[in-house]
Design a protein. Structure first.
Length: 321
């Protein structure tokens, strides 16, 4: 309902101007340049909210420095059975098991071709649920090629807990093969697009070391850290309520500390050589600053957007150094 209202308002020039005046914070000091791309500010909208690139023009009115669409799969798929998204207000958290519900890469590409807002777009790509891991590379290739001309950077998602077996692709050998193949396609295109990897917050330090090695060996452009967690530790929501919700990835405030730990570890172990987009538990300017101080170059919000409302990007931009 809210997105329907926002979409309608953003199509009417006077209302669009009012929205931008209310929610867009402009300042040269907020700009960040990565991979030859100048981001107007470091606060982006994480993948998962606008899975099908339906709302990029309207979301651009809310002051995000960039918007990541997806996760997009090559073929359309309905996702997991509903209900599949749950709020935990006592924890300022969400649990979701959406399952990459989307209309497919080709449909998303067509929408992006028609967008009017000049906002930086990331394309988050994944495999279809019924595609075996042995054939996953084919799915990522199809999604990559379909979106190549309409996004500014790519994120390879192998870390969602809601597609069976997907996280096994984070293992060293299959991940290296997948990323090497995509980088080869990227080089063949001539003007290559930045290619990043989205990881889970549940990886051990040894696994994070492997990720750093893989990023270096495949000449990857950066890491998005992190996806949702399968952990349920330290929640204020009663355990029986959490158990009744069932499987899914947890996001929001409970993820904040672990997400910061992962960013700090990656930044330290790589000697600051790998650009990081940080996501996880970012609600306020202080939360964002914590991630930036830990070594992130950019930040993303999703659950914070749900709880804090449409002014979150402006509020963060007004409060960070």
């Amino acid at each position: 309902m809210v997105m329907g209202w926002l979409t309608t308002a953003s199509k009417i020039a006077p209302l669009r101007a009012i929205l931008r005046a209310m929610f867009v914070k402009k300042a040269h000091t907020l700009e960040r340049t990565l991979w030859g791309i100048t981001f107007p500010n470091p606060v982006g909208l994480a993948a998962g909210f606008d899975k099908d690139a339906r709302f990029t023009d309207s979301l651009a009115c809310l002051g995000f420095g960039f918007i990541e669409i997806g996760t997009v799969t090559p073929r359309p798929q309905p996702g997991n059975p509903q209900p599949r998204l749950f709020r935990l207000p006592a924890d300022k958290a969400l649990i979701n098991r959406m399952g990459f519900n989307n209309g497919g890469a080709a449909a998303a590409a067509e929408r992006l071709k028609k967008r009017k807002a000049h906002v930086i777009i990331g394309g988050n790509i994944g495999k279809n649920k019924d595609t075996p891991n042995e054939q996953a590379t084919d799915d990522y290739e199809k999604a990559f090629l379909a979106l190549y001309d309409v996004v500014d950077y790519f994120v390879v998602n192998v870390s969602s807990p809601n597609t069976p077996g997907l996280r096994a692709l984070q293992d060293k050998e299959p991940l290296t093969q997948l990323l090497s193949h995509l980088q080869q396609l990227n080089r063949e295109k001539g003007k290559r697009k930045p290619l990043l990897l989205k990881i889970a917050p549940d990886l051990t330090n040894e696994q994070l070391d492997d990720i750093i090695e893989i990023v270096r060996n495949t000449a990857l452009d950066g890491i998005v850290s992190s996806n949702t967690t399968i952990s349920r530790e330290g929640l204020a929501t009663p355990p029986d309520e959490v158990a009744a919700i069932g499987m899914g990835g947890l996001s929001g405030a409970p993820l904040k500390n672990r997400a910061t730990e992962v960013v700090k570890y990656l930044h330290s172990r790589s000697n600051g050589t790998i650009p990081i987009i940080a996501s996880g538990g970012i609600f306020t300017a202080a939360d964002a600053q914590e991630k930036l101080d830990a070594g992130a170059s950019l930040v993303q919000v999703y659950t914070g957007f749900i709880y804090e409302g449409p002014a979150i990007a402006k509020n963060i931009c007004s409060g960070i150094r």
